[in-house]
Design a protein around this ligand. Structure first.
Ligand SMILES: *[C@@H]1O[C@H](CO)[C@@H](O)[C@H](O)[C@H]1NC(C)=O
Ligand SMILES: *[C@@H]1O[C@H](CO)[C@@H](O)[C@H](O)[C@H]1NC(C)=O
Length: 883
């Protein structure tokens, strides 16, 4: 298990470490940590490991300079005076930091050594296990009735012997021929997926199935739950991955049906059948990434309409690594299911996986072409693909030698259908980059239900809908477009200035100052983009926009956020979520929209924040910033490489924007203003089975776009520069000067702050009585300090640092405490977490699901935990949930 350092370095030197299989983890007996090592900062990896008294395990997945290390678990966790368990490794690092910063004996060998080690560690985090879960299809009532003629004709003409082919309506739909993946024409061209590998990041994959065995790619497969090479389904409900795999790559033979790309290969990466650490999830998303092109992900945070969660730091890094280095630099194609929380008023912009610019987000459409009520809407939806609804499911391979599943569905099944089409496209054009794929999705998608009021024309004239994205991904249109496609120029991003509304700030503790109260009619803020900003940055054509907002609110679900472009195109970023009573607002949450794709971005952009104007609920709009993503003007210029920021949730940011304009440039003027009372917002979103006649965000459509010149009182807000000097003397110093940060989720380096700042700076921190510090139910200043058991304490306080707070207050970035006991279907605490999922429609649970329940009691420290205590467990889960 333990590799010698010399061996590891030899491997490193030959960059063959990634070829090794991940070592089996022993979480029972060991604590695991990830170290981001800074080469040439003074200490060897060996020295770092020895100083922390940890054992080097292996390189962490495919992440450069990240190493997995481990330490024996103490037989019984050492408890501090306050009964909190102490982490020996973090403690050791802390001690090194303390010594490194000692100026008294700065020349001593010990201090020098400590500095070397501290400088060589950029990041250190203990790995906690948590459960990622599958998303079961929402139950579909009603019978389905198919005529079989057309499908049979296709079967006969193409000599398809798969017995269930004629029931695979998503391939050939006899009843509604305009509603299907439309791939038979692609097969006719001889394009059947040859040469493409899709990795199913899911639960098990039954490679012994006669319908999959011939297309299974073992080398790209791994089991991160049981730490074995093959993703063997073991649990009774381990059939999700097999079913999704069958949709893409079921062999054309005499078993069940066929996959959309039936000559392509599939790998199985098992992560949903048990708890998994962030670093293993990160490694899973890069596993085999030189060979596997597509990572099909039918899971995500809970769909309960209350959770707001995204991937943690290491997972974000892995996704970016896949984008930048996967497939020899052409980029892994991440396909994510939009989520099944439609009936709960959930939206995919509250899910950091689906609203990532790096994923193709796929919502669902049913066999009559209607929008199934479970499928989530949002401005980040790119396309829809066919799945269950209006009485029909997706017919695909099941676990077993020769078995067929007839109850598969949800957005879980939409994503693999889109992935199958993308596999066909890549088979025809293996040179397409991840962004070419997204362009093709946007351009080739087919509009369905054109009379649906959710459609709006974008600035380019392309229709977009929150429910359907740019339309239904269509095999024939996609592959045709791919064949003629000219590759896009490299990607560039433009960070626009950070706007602090009315001097709004939010620090690492989420303590806030300033901002504008959200009044009736909402608060708006403008940002002007001029040509100079674009050309200075070598920025040509707009693709995605990400918008980061800092908003506090006593009831997050009441908040609506929308962005209006200079051309009057509006993106609703957050619609009302009737179930979301969370009090923590949006502390630097990032929304994404694809609705402005190809739009000319020059002019005034307006962000509007409003709420339901209820007496008892209130909030403050503190600030926002926006990043444009698109293609470069001149590909021969130096093109910067994007990196995932370590700490990016403070307002203003701790670090300058990556494309910091020169000091002399005029900062755009930010204005705040009030609008007339908004129209009444509709109540419950309703629970129709399938629809094509209502907007995703009712009530939001009739608010006039703010006119930038209207009665506003321009008040230049402080930009980043104005605050720089402040930062240098406070937060920035702590994080930059020392050059090393220890993070546990969002609790980022708090102990670090504590150690350095506790005595010196405590008096300058906002106190508990500061009104803003309590807004939103986030950890209050006092709670944070209490969690560390110090500050007000005596000198011993320093020695009592624990990890507790970091674990507690993280926003879905680390372990979700108690997730095992919190599932409704395991009320007795008996059923293992992994057995919660039911793939079988259950009308009883369906109706239960439609009843809105009283909001969960607030547990502000663990939103993810508090977010899954409703429902029956059929498709409403803790943590990441299969779709
Ligand atoms: C479906 O594919 C056929 C070719 O097989 C094509 O003629 C037709 O236009 C496609 N349908 C749509 C809606 O794009
Ligand atoms: C995987 O990629 C490597 C290097 O690009 C190549 O040599 C190998 O043949 C590939 N394997 C498969 C199954 O495509």
């Amino acid at each position: 298990m333990r590799l010698s350092y010399a061996f590891l370095f030899a491997l490193l030197a030959h960059s063959e470490v990634h070829a090794a299989r991940p070592a089996k983890r022993q979480y029972d007996t060991h604590n695991y940590y990830v170290i981001e090592y800074v080469p040439r900062a003074g200490a060897s990896l060996d020295e770092v490991a020895r100083s922390l008294d940890v054992e080097l395990v292996e390189r962490a997945g495919e992440l450069q300079n990240h190493w997995l290390v481990r330490a024996d678990k103490p037989p019984s966790q050492h408890l501090t005076a306050r009964g909190e368990s102490e982490d020996r490794v973090v403690r050791a690092f802390e001690d090194l930091q303390a010594r490194a910063s000692s100026s008294l004996y700065s020349r001593s060998e010990e201090v020098q050594h400590s500095r070397r080690v501290v400088d060589s560690v950029r990041y250190l985090a203990r790995q906690e296990l948590r459960q990622r879960e599958k998303r079961a299809p929402p139950p579909i009532p009603g019978p389905g009735a198919n005529g079989l003629e057309t499908a049979e004709a296709v079967a006969q003409r193409m000599q398809i012997a798969d017995p269930e082919f004629t029931h695979q309506w998503h391939l050939v739909n006899n009843d509604y021929p305009q509603h299907m993946m439309n791939i038979t024409g692609v097969w006719d061209m001889g394009i059947t997926g040859h040469g493409v590998i899709s990795a199913m990041v899911d639960d098990g994959l039954d490679y012994n199935s006669d319908d999959l065995a011939a297309n299974f790619w073992a080398e790209g497969s791994h089991d991160y739950n049981d730490h074995t090479e093959l993703p063997t389904p073991k649990l009774f409900d381990d059939h999700h991955g097999t079913r999704c795999a069958g949709q893409i790559a079921a062999v054309r033979n005499d078993v069940c049906g066929v996959g959309i790309a039936y000559d392509s290969k599939v790998a199985g990466i098992r992560i949903l059948s048990g708890p998994i650490s962030d670093i293993d999830e990160a490694a899973a998303l890069n596993f085999g990434y030189q060979n596997s092109s597509i990572y099909s992900c039918s899971w995500g945070p809970p769909d309960n309409g209350r959770a707001m969660e995204g991937p943690g730091y290491l997972i974000k890094k892995a996704i970016l690594n896949g984008i930048q280095n996967g497939r020899s630099g052409k980029g892994s194609v991440f396909v994510f299911a939009s989520g099944n929380g439609g009936r709960n008023g959930d939206q995919c912009n509250f899910d950091g996986y689906t609203n990532s610019i790096f994923s193709v987000t796929v919502a669902a459409l049913d066999y009559r072409g209607l929008h199934p009520d479970y499928s989530e809407a949002c401005a980040a939806n790119m396309v829809v693909a066919y799945s269950s609804g209006s009485g029909n499911h997706i017919v695909t391979t099941d676990i077993g030698k020769n078995k067929c599943a007839t109850t598969h569905g949800g957005t879980s099944a939409a994503a693999p259908n889109a992935a199958g089409v993308i596999a066909l496209g890549l088979s025809a054009r293996p040179d397409l980059s991840w962004r070419d794929i997204q362009h093709l999705c946007v351009r080739s998608a087919v509009q369905i239900n054109p009379d649906d009021p959710d459609w709006e024309n974008t600035a380019t004239g392309r229709p977009f809908s929150y429910k359907y994205g740019y339309g239904a991904i269509n095999g024939y249109q996609f592959v045709k477009a791919a064949q003629e496609w000219q590759l896009v120029k490299p990607q560039i991003w433009l960070d626009l200035p950070v706007i602090q509304v009315n001097g709004g700030t939010m620090d690492l503790f989420r303590v806030t100052k300033g901002g504008s109260p959200i009044v009736a009619g909402g608060v708006t803020s403008d940002l002007i983009v001029n040509r100079q900003m674009l050309t200075d940055r070598n920025f040509d054509k707009l693709e995605h926009i990400t918008i980061k907002v800092w908003i506090t609110h006593t009831r997050r679900g009441d908040v609506e956020v929308e962005l209006v472009s200079p051309n009057g195109v509006k993106s609703i970023l957050a619609g009302k979520r009737y179930q979301d009573a969370d009090g923590s607002g949006f502390p630097g949450w990032v929304f994404m929209t694809v609705k402005h794709w190809d739009e000319n971005p020059i002019g005034t952009w307006t962000l509007r924040v409003s709420d339901q104007n209820k007496q008892a609920e209130k909030g403050t709009f503190l600030g926002w910033t926006m990043t444009f993503w698109g293609s470069v003007i001149d590909a021969s210029k130096d093109i910067p490489v994007f990196d995932v920021p370590l700490l990016d949730q403070t307002l203003p940011p701790l670090l300058p924007p990556s494309n910091k304009p020169s000091q002399t440039i005029d900062l755009p003027i930010a204005t705040t203003k009030q609008h007339p009372k908004p129209t009444e917002h509709l109540g419950d979103p309703g629970a129709a089975q399938g629809d094509a006649d209502k907007p995703a965000f009712p009530g939001s459509g009739d608010i006039a776009s703010p006119s930038p010149s209207a009665s506003s009182t321009p008040t230049p807000d402080e930009g980043w520069f104005a605050d720089l000097s402040n930062l240098m003397t406070t937060q920035l110093w702590f994080f930059i000067a020392v050059g090393a940060v220890v993070i546990f989720g969002v609790g980022a380096a708090i102990f670090f702050w504590r150690r350095r700042a506790a005595r010196k700076n405590y008096s300058s921190l906002p106190t508990d009585s500061h009104p803003m510090s309590t807004v939103g139910g986030r950890p209050r200043t006092r709670e944070l300090y209490d969690a560390f058991g110090e500050v007000s304490d005596d000198d011993d306080a320093d020695e009592q640092t624990t990890l507790r707070s970091a674990m507690q207050q993280s926003e879905g970035l680390t372990y979700h405490p108690g997730f095992l006991d919190d599932d409704p279907s395991t009320a007795g605490g008996i059923t293992p977490a992994a057995q919660r999922y039911k793939d079988v429609p259950d009308s009883a649970s369906a109706s239960a699901e439609n009843v809105s329940r009283p909001a969960a009691p607030e547990r502000p420290h663990s939103p993810a935990e508090g977010s899954n205590n409703s429902g029956d467990g059929s498709w409403d889960h803790a943590s990441d949930v299969p779709r």
